[in-house]
Structure formats: C-alpha cells, structure tokens
Design a protein around this ligand. Structure first.
Ligand SMILES: Cc1cc2nc3c(=O)[nH]c(=O)nc-3n(C[C@H](O)[C@H](O)[C@H](O)COP(=O)(O)O)c2cc1C
Ligand code: SF4
Length: 386
C-alpha cells in the first residue's frame, strides 16, 4: 500500500482522544430508538456492533435530543433525562469493546422538526414562521427564558453523555437544526442579543459550548459539527463559518467536523448530495475544511464529511492538510465493513451511489441501504442482536 494511503490506517491522536485510524462514522440517525422515550433498542445496538467491528476509528451517534420539546425525527435517540444515561453506556460498551471510540451527537430540532416525531409542546425556532421551508411547520418564536433553558439542556445532556462513558460529545450546529437556525437569517430575525449580525447570531453556539464545558469539565472532548457555509445565495459564508469555528476552538472546542448546507437550501447544495463520483466530486466541503484547518491549526482536530468515497482521495486531502480525519455516513450504511476492506488492501471506492434512497426506508423501520440489499439479497447476514 502506498505510504500516503497507509497513513490513514495508523493510530492517531486527534480531538482529545486516540483513534485506531483516521476514519469516522459521521452522525447518522437510523430511526432505531423507541418513539417518545428515545431508548436505544437491541437492533440498533447490533448495527453499532457491526459498524465498530467493520473497522472505523470512531462512531458519532445519530443525533440525540436534549429536551422533551426538541425531538426532530421519528425514533430518534434521547439524552433528555438521567434515565437515558444507561442507553449511552450500552452504546459505549458496544462500540468501545470492538476497538472504536464513541462520540454522542446532541441536538435540538427547532423549526425544521418532523411533525411526525412525538414531542412535548409546539414547534419553536429563533423567530416565528407561518411555514418552515422543509416540513411547512407553523413555528413559534422562542422566548429568552426558553433559549436559556435550552442552553442548560445542552449542558445537562452533555453531562449524561460523559456519565454514560462515551469518549466525547458532539454539538450539532449543522444541517438546519436549531443552532444553525440561529446562524441563518432565513430563521433568525431577532432583535435581542441572539439576533443581528453574524457574530450576534453565533452567540448561542458559544453560550451552549460554555455551558457544556462547565458541565463536563476541562478534559472531556467537546466537538462540533458545523455547516461552515449556509450554501445559499445571500446566506452566511465559509469565511464567516471558519471564523466561528476559530472562536469555538479558542473557547475550548476539541474538534470541528466540517459540513455545509441543509435541506432547506435545496438538493443541489445540501449536506447529503446526490450522485457523487469517486475521484470526481468527492469531499465537496474540502475547501471549507481547508479554511477551518488553516485557522485552527493543531489546536483542534478537523474532520471532513460529505461525499468521501475513496482512500486515495482521503490520503490526498491528508497530505494537503485539508483535514485530520475523514467522516463517512452513507458509504457505511451501504457497507459497514468498508474501512476493514480498505485496510486489507481492497481500495476500490465505496459502493454507495449517493442516491439517498436510504432515507425512504424509515417507513419500513430502521434505516438501511436498499441498493446494497437488492445487490446482495440472500447473502446478507447481519450480526445477531446483542
Ligand atoms: C440516513 C441519514 C441520517 C443522517 N443523520 C444525521 C445525524 O443524525 N446528524 C448529522 O449531523 N448528520 C446526519 N446525516 C448527514 C451525514 O452525517 C453526512 O453529513 C452527510 O450524509 C454527508 O456525508 P456522506 O456523503 O458520507 O453521506 C444523516 C445522513 C443520512 C443519509
Ligand atoms: S440508499 Fe444506499 S447507495 Fe443510496 S445513498 Fe443510501 S447508502 Fe448510498
């Protein structure tokens, strides 16, 4: 194996922990938890076991909801009460015993929450809207005291992640959920301290991080997933997003996973893009990641996500200093053992064709790849439930 590619499969210290290689499973909601209480189920644990056994260095959990009124999706995980600490522990045991790290992503849905997800209370966001641009929800404006309560909820959720013995927590500041809604003028027209210019619209992210840090202490890894650019004409830019990333790192963040866009900006520029081809348009946020890396240097790990398909491209990005870590979502829905396959020398690109058909399988139960299932029908043996 070429030296530049072999480097990807060596242990690395990054973002406050050591990984066995440079590949991460990016946060993936698999709709595998119970509705309402958001408990982790045995089939979901089997998927995590399969993924960890498949060779990734670290797994970022699907987004876990911080508040009973913050659920964004059906069968989403919850970390909104101390009862859910045991769920984090189950995930951590499953993943860590197979040699991978577990980072739990925490989020609050806000305006673009799926109305089919059962939650307490009405759907709220930074500003009132007749119809949100994704689900058409009627959105009520969050009051100041509610914003402060949500900031505290992020802190309490991060504490639960630590008590459940995950290796780190990731704060979801991407893909159109509440914290990104504050960054965007599509959602945030507030005139108080949480609205205004980009720095004021960023204030809630810094407040959440400060609260989280005070709840988990100085040594627990705190990461972000950021839509570094809104990817919308007239929206916030990668330059602004990179400045925010730098401020978060200066205030103590250990890692930034660089994504961009959201469903509301349209299918062409959203975070999970269609029809990505290996060696052609892979790693579509690489320029944003390089910008963030140039600002944060060695102070924090930078992970690139979005359309990565081949170790050859990841190796080139590593050589060029674009990112330290490489995150995959859809390729690992399609092939949970992809990283082992590459490490063993089969360097063919991921089989995932970036069609997004996996989203639709939520109607049948837990999300899976229908393309691969059809291809390998009869030869597909998931691990037994654990
Ligand atoms: C089924 C599915 C669920 C996802 N769930 C999450 C999530 O919980 N949190 C998150 O930040 N991103 C989520 N994403 C976005 C991915 O993490 C990733 O940023 C995006 O798909 C681009 O990476 P890829 O080309 O490797 O799939 C999800 C994507 C898919 C397809
Ligand atoms: S359905 Fe399968 S091939 Fe299509 S994007 Fe999802 S994982 Fe990839």
């Amino acid at each position: 194996m070429e030296r530049s590619i072999a480097r990807l499969f060596e242990p690395v210290e990054a973002g406050g922990m050591t990984f066995r290689n440079r590949f991460l499973r990016s946060a993936t909601w698999l709709a595998g938890c119970t509705e309402v209480s958001g408990e982790v189920t045995a089939p979901l644990l089997s998927r995590y076991a399969e993924l960890a056994a498949g060779g990734v260095g670290g797994i970022i959990s699907g987004y876990a909801n911080v508040s009973p009124d913050g659920r964004a999706q059906v069968r989403q995980m919850n970390v909104d009460s101390d009862e859910r600490i045991q769920d984090v522990r189950k995930l951590a045991d499953t993943v860590q015993s197979r040699g991978a790290r577990l980072i739990v992503q925490i989020a609050y849905g806000g305006a673009v929450s799926n109305p089919a997800a059962v939650r307490q209370g009405s759907i709220k966001g930074p500003s009132a809207m007749e119809k949100d641009p994704v689900f058409g929800n009627r959105v009520e404006e969050l009051g100041e005291s509610e914003i402060e309560r949500i900031v505290r909820d992020f802190g309490a959720a991060a504490r639960r992640v630590k008590e459940g013995e995950a290796d780190g927590v990731q704060l979801h500041g991407a893909h159109g959920y509440l914290l990104m809604q504050f960054l965007s003028t599509v959602f945030n027209r507030r005139t108080d301290k949480w609205g205004g210019d980009f720095d004021s619209r960023s204030a809630i992210l810094l407040a959440v991080q400060e609260e989280v840090r005070s709840c988990v202490g100085p040594d627990f890894p705190v990461w972000w997933k950021l839509s570094v650019s809104e990817e919308r004409d007239g929206g916030y830019t990668a330059e602004e997003g990179a400045r925010l990333a730098e401020r978060l790192v200066s205030a103590g963040a250990n890692g930034i996973e660089v994504s961009g866009g959201a469903r509301y900006v349209g299918v062409e520029r959203m975070n999970s893009r269609l029809g990505i081809r290996a060696g052609v348009d892979e790693g579509y946020f690489a320029a944003h990641a390089a910008l963030v890396k140039s600002r944060v240097g060695a102070r924090a790990a930078v992970a690139l996500v979005g359309g990565l398909k081949s170790p050859r491209t990841a190796a080139r990005f590593l050589e060029e200093g674009v990112a330290d870590l490489f995150s995959l979502c859809r390729p690992l829905i399609a092939e949970s053992d992809l990283v082992n396959r590459w490490a063993e020398g089969d360097l063919r690109p991921a089989e995932c064709i970036s069609c997004n058909a996996c989203f639709k399988t939520v109607q049948e139960g837990m999300i899976y790849c229908p393309v691969m299932k059809q291809l390998h029908e009869g030869a597909w043996e998931p691990l037994p439930e654990c």
